[in-house]
Ligand binder design. Structure first.
Ligand SMILES: C[S@@+](CC[C@H](N)C(=O)[O-])C[C@H]1O[C@@H](n2cnc3c(N)ncnc32)[C@H](O)[C@@H]1O
Length: 826
């Protein structure tokens, strides 16, 4: 709710003018922080310390040395190149520290290593010394190593010391700047330790200060599913921070609360509420990056906050940002300067508020409420026009557990402003609609199973509430991150049971565009929007056998495309203008740029529409049919449709494995994709078992939920086929395809020609068609290094062999690429 207020309510209520007030108070808090905290963050003359690098420490049980734990000793790996070719200059240094054993003092010291980039993982110093900071590590996979005596320190020892309060911290490097210069590093000096001592003493003196203690987030932590810290003795929320980090953050809270009082003399309360909310969000960022759960990404170097992961992980070596001069303003710059951009998104202009064009709606009437989706008690029946929901997905993210990290701080700045949101000690895990096994420990049954059931029941309740509050003509969209087919079934079933009819689905690719053309991996990370409406309450029951044809027809049956771009089902509408044409829904989706796996996902909507129009659907034996069947039928229809389209003529004669292989490239456009998808596609094509793909035909390798299409060479090595003409059998066309690719790679064109002649492939039309389709579906990548071998070889063969050229058509995109190739040759 706080985030939504900041992202929507306030920009609409106060418009861009508020940015000035926010900036003013951000600066005020920053100035105050500097005054109050400067003594704890001293710098050497001429330098300004930016960050401190800390390592957690344990005592070696063998030699009693204090051992700083770190999985690597890198500080920075940035190289700035200027100029071109040989002229280019490296203008930045690489930095690391080297642990120096000091057994006499029972400690480990450090030496700074600075130099140029060596081989990928080394630094070369000015004296030519080569150092690899990954070789002097003191912890790996939870097991420590003492540099003084070489003793291995087991995970159990580390945990038990941590739990009994013997986990220490050692400062091992300081990052600073001189003027506007670039970031440099040094080994800590006494001035740095003085600052730390001062902070620790200050906190000790505050032990009995009631006001101070109220600001400390000392709530006991929830021992949750995403927690990896309690095992290391971090039992309270304040334990996420070292003493000086805590001092910094508590001081910020103190200052924000003072600002709240001062602001009231200047502004109406609503504005105070807004500005304090933004200050609280800056504080969240400070908490995120200035804790024992943050880490430094040495490429940059930049700090990555605790929230970068979906779990609470203690980081062995963590950063502390200078709390007096840098942390607050740096975090503010990264978040609050975006307020004005939010206003731009809404179109709110200076000196005005609300949405342009609908000014008559007073932005002050916007309400953002907090309630659990399973009990929308404040909303009356049949009253809501639209519901937009993005529900959690089983155990993927434990929102409430992770939110506690920020909740305890927000409570201390926003608790009096939004008492309803912060009256609980911690966030409410019991009402949360996620599968959280930690709530079901020691209950006799498998906690995961109970948690899943609890999640499904809560989702069903939430959809029931949505149904109750939605107007009869209202619309609901459900955002769903496609994971695996089973999840679709559960989601669709609970929507149908709640009384909804699913009328459309839209797949939106959420893959990072940079990864899109790598053709290595398709993680099927599409987000699907399901559009739902209330089903006719008098809907009848239907028989699956009748629906099956209706369902396929809904996808491939021709519809009229009107000149207005809409489409209407046949035969109710007639062509009214000459330029109108008949197309199917699948064709329509493709025309709208939906392709590959997104075509399958987007087609689930029309299929579910047929399915969800009925109250119940029964098979011939009277058993209830689940939505899963509709999805299977849809996949089958699309696989058929796509294959027909790819082959362009009769598809008979193509063996199922070859169909599967070509359709897999067509759908995923990548070598790697989820195994569950491979299985679903195998079911859709039919005629073989998914395990055949791995065991018999060796078309794929599968491991931990994903699978990879093997290259022709890999398959040959596994003896999936033979390149000896007398042993070769063309049971599967894909084997012929892979055989010629493998032969070409090893020996060139002539042996391919011979092989094709002896095996009769040269006069096999189906085989030529297979080459043609393969060239169409295997992605062509311009970058030579990333180019897929199958595509490259087939193109080479097409260019070199008239036998293939004469029978295999090449398509626009490939022609273009060939054109570029020949230009390059010239
Ligand atoms: C997938 S996330 C939504 C993310 C959101 N679209 C965004 O961009 O921030 C699911 C959200 O549902 C919330 N949630 C979990 N249980 C809930 C419940 N019982 N009632 C309302 N919301 C709940 C979680 O806290 C989480 O914020």
């Amino acid at each position: 709710v706080v985030t939504m207020k900041a992202a929507m309510e306030y920009p609409l209520k106060f418009g861009p003018d508020l940015q000035e007030d926010i900036d003013k108070w951000v600066q005020w808090v920053g100035d105050e922080a500097e005054k109050r905290l400067a003594e704890f963050f001293p710098s050497l003359p001429g330098e300004t310390v930016q960050n401190y690098l800390w390592a957690h420490t344990v005592v070696c049980p063998n030699c009693q040395s204090v051992v700083p734990l770190s999985p690597n000793w890198w500080l920075s790996k940035t190289s700035n190149y200027a100029g071109k070719g040989k002229e280019r200059k490296v203008t930045s240094d690489w930095y690391a520290v080297k642990p120096i054993p000091n057994p006499e003092q029972k400690r480990v010291d450090f030496e700074l290593i600075k130099g140029k980039k060596g081989k990928p993982t080394t630094i070369i110093t000015d004296t030519g010394e080569e150092y690899d900071p990954d070789t002097t590590t003191t912890i790996g996979r939870g097991v420590g190593k003492c540099p003084n005596c070489g003793n291995v320190i087991d995970d159990e020892v580390i945990k038990s010391q941590a739990q009994t309060g013997n986990f220490g911290h050692k400062l091992y490097a300081v990052a600073y700047k001189k003027g506007k210069g670039s970031l440099e590093f040094r080994i800590p000096e006494s001035i740095d330790f003085d600052g730390i001592d001062k902070a620790e003493n200050y906190i000790k003196n505050k032990k009995l200060d009631f006001d101070w203690n109220r600001l400390l987030p000392s709530e006991e932590r929830f021992d949750g599913y995403s927690d990896r810290c309690i095992a290391y003795g971090l039992n309270k929320n304040s334990d996420y921070f070292n003493p000086r980090q805590l001092l910094t953050l508590v001081t910020y809270v103190e200052i924000i609360n003072e600002a709240k009082v001062l602001m009231q003399a200047e502004y109406e309360w609503e504005k105070v509420e807004a500005i304090i909310t933004y200050l609280a969000l800056v504080l969240d960022r400070c908490v995120d990056v200035n804790c024992r759960l943050a880490h430094v990404n040495t490429m940059g170097p930049k700090i990555e906050g605790a929230s970068g992961q979906h779990a609470l992980n203690l980081i062995w070596n963590y950063p502390e940002v200078n709390g007096s001069s840098r942390l607050w303003l740096w975090c503010a710059e990264k978040s609050i300067s975006d307020y004005i951009k939010l206003c731009e998104l809404f179109g709110t202009k200076p000196h005005s508020t609300g949405l342009p064009g609908i000014e008559k709606y007073d932005p002050k009437t916007i309400q953002i409420n907090s309630a659990s989706a399973d009990s929308l008690y404040h909303i009356t029946d049949n009253s809501v026009d639209a519901i937009i929901t993005d529900p959690p997905y089983y155990a993927t993210i434990q929102y409430a557990e992770l939110s506690d990290f920020f909740y305890v701080w927000q409570k201390r700045t926003l608790g009096d402003i939004f008492p309803d949101l912060f009256f609980n000690e911690l966030t409410d895990k019991d009402r949360e609609a996620v599968a959280n096994p930690s709530r079901f420990r020691n209950m006799g049954e498998n906690p995961e199973k109970l948690a899943n059931q609890d999640y499904e029941a809560k989702m069903a309740l939430a959809f029931g509430e949505y149904y109750r509050v939605l107007r009869p003509d209202g619309v609901m969209t459900v955002q769903f991150n496609h994971k695996e087919s089973g999840a679709w079934d559960v989601l669709a079933k609970s929507l149908i049971d709640a009384g909804f009819e699913i009328t459309a689905s839209w797949a939106v690719s959420t893959e990072n565009p940079q990864n899109l053309h790598q053709a290595q991996k398709n993680s099927v990370s599409s987000t699907v929007l399901l559009v739902c409406r209330k089903r006719d309450p008098n809907a009848s029951q239907a028989w699956w056998d009748d629906l099956r044809t209706e369902l396929t027809e809904a996808l491939i049956g021709k519809t009229i495309k009107r000149s207005d771009g809409k489409y209407y089902p046949l035969p109710t509408q007639k062509k009214s203008q000459e330029d109108e044409e008949y197309i199917s829904k699948l064709e329509w989706l493709e025309e709208n740029g939906i392709e590959g796996i997104n075509l399958y996902l987007s087609a689930f909507g029309p299929a579910l529409n047929v399915f969800s129009r009925y109250q119940t659907i029964l098979d011939s034996s009277g058993e209830e049919v689940r939505p899963e069947k509709a999805f299977q039928e849809t996949r089958k229809a699309i696989a058929n449709y796509r294959f027909r389209k790819l082959v362009e003529t009769d598809t008979s004669g193509f063996d199922p494995l070859t169909q599967w292989y070509l359709l897999a490239w067509d759908a995923f456009g990548a070598r790697e994709f989820p195994f569950d998808e491979a299985r679903q596609l195998a079911l859709a094509v039919g005629g073989f078992n998914v395990s055949d793909l791995v065991k018999t035909s060796k078309l794929i390798d599968s491991a931990s939920g994903t699978c990879k299409l093997l290259t022709p060479q890999q398959r040959l090595k596994k003896r999936a086929f033979s390149v000896n003409p007398s042993e070769f059998s063309l049971t599967y066309l894909v084997d012929g395809l892979h055989a010629i690719i493998a032969i070409y790679e090893e020996e060139g064109v002539t042996p391919v020609r011979r092989f094709m002649e002896v095996t009769g492939l040269v006069s096999n039309d189906l085989f030529m068609r297979t080459i043609e389709v393969a060239l169409k579906v295997i992605p062509c990548i311009k970058d030579e290094k990333k180019c897929l071998i199958e595509q490259k070889v087939l193109l080479d063969l097409w260019l070199a062999m008239d036998e293939i050229k004469g029978k295999v058509k090449i398509y626009d995109q490939l022609e273009l690429q060939l054109g570029q190739l020949s230009l390059n040759f010239e």
